[in-house]
Design a protein around this ligand. Structure first.
Ligand code: ACO
Length: 353
């Protein structure tokens, strides 16, 4: 029987509920105990970039979208299933093109057979290694035998564009207002955090989070510097010329720790490592952040304050504040004006209390 009138509400579902995301690790040695492999289930937070402002999917009953990733290599598995589709009952009805939409956000070559996916996860678990240069490592506690490593890379690193094209969907799903970055722009730098577990004969790397940063030209007038209008082209060669200062203002654009690893200190550890890296780089003059949300502002405030206090950088500052001294501290710490003022305000309030 063909149904001509249907209760439309019955055919609408919440995209955040039906999108099942997983980070799948190596297939266990006991496939009966973990027939689907071992995994972290992730709940998406924002699906409006995929399914519109209401984050709803129309036209299916009991819809399930399985979007699974190998926890290290991010090789992808997609399966879309449902019990009923509205167009089978109501000719002319247009259900959401779920597969078409998801395909726009995952690179070609994703898998649709779960057994093949698990075999690939198994293989990648023992062969995948992070791309780029290792800049730091940490443990969450002294007696923890798991090491976390931070790698810095860019889109010229072989294989990284492909890796990033698998990774980037996470920023849409977890950062409100995030957009994809241009993979053809060489000024992007990306830092990635991996968990490293050593087994007898290999290291297993799982992705924990990442941060994208953009290097802006930073012109600072100094003795003998040319006016900005005379600088025709910005290139690395400028760094080597001595009569004006060419340097970089680095802007953190997207900062994400994946949900299973949030609130365990990874965000702070990544920020601290990057900040140390910026401080040690003479070409970076200032660090800014693009559109930080409250959670990131908290993380940054706490870590910047800790740095300023632990390194006794603000010890000499008293009320009334000496503007020149504040500016001196700001330049030394490479903080932007706004962040420096936030930190000073918090420190002064603490002193008053
Ligand atoms: N047990 C319990 N709580 C802990 C532990 C622990 N072992 N370790 C740290 N925490 C607490 C911290 O004290 C802190 O809590 P507080 O704010 O109440 O003091 C909180 O966890 C967060 O600290 P971290 O663990 O260092 O931060 P996290 O790793 O969770 O990263 C971040 C924070 C980046 C905001 C992460 O939650 C995230 O990625 N969220 C989703 C995406 C997002 O919002 N990104 C920022 C967007 S803005 C931008 O991109 C510029």
């Amino acid at each position: 029987m063909t149904i001509t009138t249907v209760n439309q509400a019955e055919w609408v579902c919440d995209a955040n509920d039906v999108l099942k995301l997983r980070l799948v690790s190596a297939h266990t040695s006991d496939p009966y105990e973990h027939p689907e492999g071992e995994y972290h289930q992730l709940l998406p937070q924002f699906t409006y970039s995929l399914f519109g402002p209401l984050q709803q999917i129309y036209g299916y009953k009991n819809l399930k979208i399985k979007l699974y990733y190998a926890a290290g290599s991010l090789v992808t598995y997609l399966d879309v299933s449902y019990d009923e589709k509205i167009s089978d009952h109501l000719p002319g009805a247009k259900p959401t093109d779920v597969i078409g939409i998801i395909r726009e956000h995952i690179p070609e070559g994703f898998m649709t057979n779960y057994d093949t996916f698990l075999q690939r996860v198994e293989k990648d678990t023992h062969t995948f290694v992070p791309m780029g240069e290792k800049i730091s490592e940490y443990r969450l506690s002294d007696d923890d035998n798991i090491v976390y490593e931070i790698y810095k890379t860019n889109f010229n690193t072989p294989g990284f564009k492909e890796y990033h094209s698998r990774l980037q969907l996470f920023v849409l799903l977890y950062i409100d207002g995030a957009r994809y970055i241009n993979e053809d722009d060489e000024k992007w730098e990306i830092a990635l955090v991996f968990q490293k577990k050593s087994t007898g004969d290999s290291n297993i790397y799982n992705i924990i989070g990442y941060c994208t940063m953009y290097a802006f030209f930073f012109y600072e007038k100094c003795e003998g510097s040319k006016p900005l209008s005379e600088i025709k082209e910005i290139s690395n060669e400028l760094n080597e010329t001595s009569n004006f200062l060419y340097s970089t203002r680095l802007r953190i654009s997207q900062f994400l720790i994946l949900p299973p690893y949030q609130k365990q200190d990874h965000g702070s550890k990544l920020y601290q490592a990057l900040y140390r890296n910026f401080l040690a780089n003479p070409w970076i003059k200032e660090l800014t952040v693009e559109d930080p949300n409250d959670a990131f502002s908290d993380l940054r405030d706490k870590n910047d304050l800790m740095y300023l206090v632990e390194n006794k950088i603000v010890e000499g500052l008293t009320i009334p504040l000496d503007k020149n001294k504040v500016e001196e501290v700001r330049r030394k710490c490479k903080l932007d004006q706004r962040q420096m003022h936030r930190c000073i305000e918090m420190l002064m309030l603490k002193k008053l209390n």
